[in-house]
Ligand binder design. Structure first.
Ligand code: GH3
Ligand code: MG
Ligand code: MG
Ligand code: MG
Length: 280
């Protein structure tokens, strides 16, 4: 087998349990799984892998000596992408592995496009909404806080009018990069909400810590020192921030969109109070 797949890096496991450990240690691009294994069989191994967040998307190809069509149907029902019947012919294994790796790569590429913003490369609104729902559910379950920060670039219409739309695009890219670099925890989500508006979702930060984060993000944007001759205030590009935190006992928050509404209201206050500030 190693000869057939010599252009791939191979990791072998002697049992289903070992395979799961190995996948947890370093997730592979594809899994070849024998139906017959000592102890837990291939089907149960597949079932468990598909329940793991880090493994659910990895294509699994079964090797089977059983020529029973019903078993093959079970394998597909469990999420396998293919079956290879023994005796193993190396050309077939190699060809099928290649097909499924290419399909997986194409799927990943599409997924990335579907979830990211075309201009800035950060998460798009669709991705943000999915994550917001998941984090909202988790915050409710765990009784942990969840903050949402809305960011709106100040006087951006004037920026476009003065410097041109292309410069405006570059400015948005810089702001997106600054916000992304400014949030440091893996669970934080930064997304382009639309136009010149961005959102940050910060699970498990206290209200005060979320305010401190928003202040830091605001100052980071100021420190980019992007000239803005029509800003009416500072002479460089600034943004206004509205923040809302859901605490477990907060009244009047029933769905994650309520958090968005509150953050948006705070943002409106920040604009009215003179821009380039955080209101919570
Ligand atoms: P405020 O301080 O009140 O937020 O004023 P503003 O001018 O930023 O607000 P307004 O909503 O009037 O203008 C937003 C501008 O953002 C208008 C629109 O042309 C610009 N814009 C939205 N999306 C893009 C984009 O993708 N690229 C560029 N260059 N401009 C964009
Ligand atoms: Mg706006
Ligand atoms: Mg506006
Ligand atoms: Mg604006």
């Amino acid at each position: 087998m190693a000869g057939v797949l010599s252009r791939y890096r191979l990791e072998t496991a002697g049992s289903g349990e070992q395979a799961i450990e190995s996948v947890l240690r370093s997730p592979p691009d594809l899994i070849l799984l024998d139906v017959r294994l000592p102890g837990m069989d291939g089907y149960e191994t597949c079932r468990r892998l598909k329940r793991m967040d880090c493994a659910a998307d990895i294509p699994i190809i079964f090797f089977t000596g059983l020529r029973d069509a019903e078993d093959e149907a079970l394998g597909f029902a469990l999420g396998a992408v293919d079956f290879i019947s023994k005796p193993i012919r190396s050309a077939i294994v190699s060809a099928r592995v290649q097909v499924h790796l290419e399909l997986k790569a194409a799927r990943d590429a599409l997924q990335k496009i579907a979830l990211s913003d075309g201009l800035t490369g950060i998460a798009n609104r669709r991705h943000f909404e999915t994550r917001a729902q998941a984090e909202w559910n988790r915050a409710l379950r765990n009784g942990s806080p969840l903050s949402l920060i809305m960011v709106d670039v100040d006087h951006f219409k004037a920026y476009n009018d003065y410097y041109g739309h292309q410069a405006g695009d570059e400015c948005l890219k810089s702001i997106a990069a600054s916000l992304s670099a400014g949030v440091r925890r893996a669970a934080d989500v930064v997304a382009r909400f639309g136009g010149e508006e961005f959102v940050c979702l910060t699970p498990e930060l206290s209200h005060d810590d979320a305010i401190a984060l928003a202040q830091r993000l605001r100052m980071d944007i100021g420190r980019l020192s992007m000239p803005h001759a029509r800003s009416e205030t500072t002479g460089h590009v600034t943004a206004s921030f509205g923040l809302a935190t859901m605490a477990p006992d907060l009244v009047g928050c029933f769905v994650w969109q309520d958090l968005l509404t509150k953050a948006d209201q705070a943002l409106y206050q920040a604009k009215r109070a003179g821009r380039d500030r955080v209101v919570a």
